[in-house]
Design a protein around this ligand. Structure first.
Ligand code: DON
Length: 583
C-alpha cells in the first residue's frame, strides 16, 4: 500500500474528498488545449472503499462501478465499462477498434496482458500507404478505408471475461447496459459534446455515419441532443447472444466488409473470422522497489516506460523539486533516448525480433544515463524527417480496482477521434484508422510524428506498433497505482510522469495526474509542454539547449491509487466528463 505524506495530511485534516474539479471554466480552457492546472494543494482525489472505476465518460464509469457493487470483479467491471463506452464515448470507446488490457489477477495469481490490437488485412502490402510518387500518402493511411485495421475489441473484452472474469456475470448481462443505451439513446454532454461538432464533417463523408451523428437539418448533434444508435444496439445484441461470433461471423462481418469495400478498403470476411486476441506476458521492471507491469509489444508503451524509468532510477529525483528544470531536464533526456529506441527496434513481435531484454535492462539504462549531461540537452542531429504531433486525436483509458485485490488497466482506441469516421451501414460500428500507426516508409512518421523504420512497415496480419501503455504498479505483489492515458506518442511520457510524481515526489494521485506535463519523443527534437510550468523553469530548460514548444496535445491519465485510506481516484481534469465512480 502507498501511504504518502500528502494523503495522510488530507485525511488528518478531515477533508471530504469528492470530485472537486472540472468546473466549466477549466473545461472551456481544456477544449482549447490550454488547460492550466490548479495548485497541488487544491487537488483532491475521489475516495472509495470497496472498488472503483475511473473512466473518461461518467455513464460508463458508473456502469462498471455498479458491476463491482453487485459482486463482480475488476475484469467484469472493465468489460461492462468497455462495451458501454463504445456507445457513450464514440470518440474512442469502441467495438470497431482495438486496444490493450493489463490485468493483475489476484484470483489467478498472475499478471497478464490482453492484446486486442487491430491487425492489417491479409491483402496489405508494405507500400500500401505510398502515393504514385513513392512517398507516404497520409490521405491513404489516415483518411481512407485502407487505414482500417481488423477490429480487436470484441475479441479482447470477451477473452478477458472468459479467462479472468469472476464467473458471476454472463457476457449478455455485462452488455445489457450498453445495448439499452444504444437503443434508447443518451443525452450528449461533456467531452462528446465538445468534440463531435469538430469531427462531424469527417464523419459526414459517409451517409451511414451522418445519419447517426447529425441533427435532422444535417448539422452535428450538440450538447443536450440525444444520440441514438439503433444498429449498434442490434450488433451488441448479436454479441450478447452469440459471443464474439456475433461480431466476427455471420451478417455483421458481411456488412462490415461491404461498407469497407465500398469505401475503397481491402478487408475480407476471412480477415475478420481469423482475428485472434492474444494473451501475453506483460513487460516487467522495477522502480525504486516497486514493480512496474505494463504492455509489451506490439505496444512500445511498456518498453519505453521501463527504459525511461530505469534511466531515471540512477538519479536522485526526489532531491530535485518536482517540476523544476533539473528534474524536467532528466525526464526529457530519458524520454529522448527511449523514444529513439522505439523508432529503431520495436514492432509486432510476430514479425520482428526486438532486443527487448536489453532495452529494459538496468545495465543498458546505466549506459544511457552515462551519456546525459546535467547542464546541456543532448542534440539529436539526425537527418530523419519529422512532423509535429497531430493534435486532437483520441483514445481512452480507464482504470479499475476491486475489493478482492484485482486491478485492470485498459486503453483502447480508434486511433483518431471517431476513427476514420466510417460507420459500416447497418452495424452502427464506427471504424478505426489504426493502420496509420505503421511506418509508411522507413524514416516516415505517423500522425503523432513518430518516426519508424523496417520493424514497423505494413504487412499482412501484422499489428501496427502502438504507444498505449496501460500500467499497474505493484508493491509486494499488490496493486498500488493503476494508470494509463490516450495521446498517441504522448501516452508513454504521460504515464512516466504520473509514476514519477507519485513514487519520487510522493504526490497524491490526483495532484500527480493534474501536474503539468511535458514530452520529448526523440524526433521531432523538441520538448512539447503544457501550460503551468513556471516561466523561469522554461527559461532554464531553454538555457540547457532544449527547444521548448507549446502546446502539448491532450492526454488523460485516469488513474487509481490503492492506499492505506482506501482507493483514491483521479479522473484527469483535462477534458470534461471523466469520473471516478466508486463505492
Ligand atoms: O496505438 C497508438 O499508439 C495510437 N493509435 C493511439 C492513438 C491515440 O492515443 C490518440 N489519442 N490522442
Amino acid at each position: 500500500m502507498i501511504s504518502f505524506a500528502a494523503e495522510r495530511r488530507w485525511i488528518a485534516a478531515g477533508i471530504v474528498l469528492v470530485v472537486a474539479w472540472c468546473g466549466p471554466c477549466a473545461a472551456q480552457e481544456q477544449r482549447r488545449g490550454f488547460y492550466t492546472p490548479p495548485s497541488a494543494d487544491a487537488i483532491h482525489a475521489v475516495v472509495a472503499e470497496h472498488g472503483m472505476v475511473v473512466a473518461q465518460e461518467k455513464i460508463a464509469a458508473r456502469i462498471g462501478a455498479d458491476v463491482l457493487r453487485r459482486g463482480g470483479n475488476a475484469v467484469d467491471a472493465a468489460v461492462a465499462t468497455g462495451f458501454a463506452m463504445a456507445v457513450t464515448y464514440p470518440r474512442a470507446g469502441n467495438i470497431g477498434g482495438g486496444g490493450f488490457m493489463v490485468i493483475h489477477s489476484r484470483e489467478h495469481a498472475e499478471d497478464v496482458a490482453i492484446d486486442y490490437r487491430e491487425t492489417a488485412p491479409a491483402a496489405t502490402t508494405p507500400g500500401m500507404f505510398l502515393g504514385a510518387d513513392g512517398k507516404p500518402d497520409i490521405a491513404k493511411s489516415r483518411d481512407s478505408a485502407l487505414s482500417i485495421g481488423v477490429p480487436g475489441t470484441v475479441a479482447g473484452l470477451t477473452l478477458a471475461l472468459e479467462k479472468y472474469g469472476s464467473g458471476k456475470f454472463t457476457l449478455a448481462a455485462l452488455l445489457q447496459p450498453a445495448i439499452d443505451l444504444a437503443r434508447d439513446g443518451f443525452v450528449l454532454t461533456d467531452d462528446g459534446a465538445d468534440t463531435l461538432p469538430d469531427w462531424h464533417r469527417r464523419l459526414a463523408r459517409w451517409p451511414a455515419s451522418a445519419k447517426i451523428f447529425s441533427r435532422p437539418d444535417g448539422t452535428s448533434l450538440r450538447e443536450g441532443d440525444r444520440l441514438v444508435q439503433t444498429d449498434l444496439a442490434a450488433t451488441l445484441s448479436a454479441i450478447a447472444e452469440q459471443g464474439p461470433r456475433g461480431f466476427y461471423e455471420g451478417p455483421v462481418p458481411e456488412k462490415l466488409v461491404k461498407a469497407i469495400g465500398d469505401a475503397g478498403g481491402i478487408m475480407t470476411s476471412d480477415d475478420l473470422k481469423s482475428y485472434q486476441a492474444v494473451i501475453r506476458a506483460p513487460v516487467r521492471g522495477s522502480y525504486r522497489g516497486y514493480d512496474i507491469v505494463s504492455m509489451p509489444q506490439p505496444s512500445s508503451g511498456g518498453v519505453v516506460l521501463l527504459e525511461t524509468l530505469n534511466i531515471l532510477e540512477g538519479f536522485p529525483m526526489h532531491e530535485m523539486k518536482q517540476g523544476s528544470a533539473p528534474s524536467l531536464h532528466l525526464l526529457i533526456e530519458a524520454m529522448k533516448r527511449a523514444y529513439a529506441d522505439r523508432a529503431r527496434y520495436l514492432g509486432d513481435p510476430a514479425f520482428i525480433s526486438a532486443p527487448v531484454a536489453t532495452l529494459i535492462s538496468k545495465d543498458y539504462a546505466a549506459k544511457q544515463r552515462a551519456g546525459i549531461d546535467p547542464d546541456h540537452a543532448t542534440p539529436w542531429t539526425d537527418a530523419l524527417s519529422a512532423t509535429p504531433p497531430h493534435e486532437g486525436s483520441n483514445t481512452t483509458h480507464f482504470s479499475v480496482v476491486d475489493s478482492m485485490g484485482n486491478a485492470v488497466s485498459n486503453t483502447y482506441t480508434l486511433n483518431f477521434s471517431y476513427g476514420v469516421g466510417l460507420v459500416a451501414d447497418g452495424t452502427g460500428v464506427l471504424l478505426n484508422n489504426e493502420l496509420d500507426d505503421f511506418t509508411a516508409a522507413p524514416g516516415a512518421s505517423n500522425a503523432f510524428g513518430l518516426v519508424g523504420f523496417e520493424a514497423n512497415l505494413p504487412g499482412p496480419g501484422k499489428r501496427p506498433l502502438s504507444s498505449m501503455a496501460p500500467t499497474i504498479v505493484l508493491k509486494d505483489n499488490k496493486p498500488v497505482l493503476v494508470t494509463g492515458s490516450p495521446g498517441g506518442s504522448r501516452i508513454i511520457s504521460t504515464v512516466l510522469q504520473v509514476i514519477v510524481n507519485v513514487l519520487d515526489y510522493s504526490m497524491n494521485v490526483a495532484a500527480a495526474v493534474d501536474a503539468p506535463r511535458l514530452h520529448h519523443q526523440w524526433l521531432p527534437d523538441e520538448v512539447r509542454i503544457e501550460r503551468g510550468f513556471a516561466d523561469d523553469t522554461i527559461a532554464e530548460l531553454k538555457a540547457k539547449g532544449h527547444h521548448v514548444v507549446e502546446p502539448l496535445g491532450q492526454t488523460s491519465a485516469n488513474s487509481i491509487a490503492v492506499t492505506d485510506y482506501g482507493l483514491l481516484g483521479a479522473p484527469d481534469p483535462r477534458s470534461r466528463g471523466a469520473e471516478a465512480a466508486g463505492q
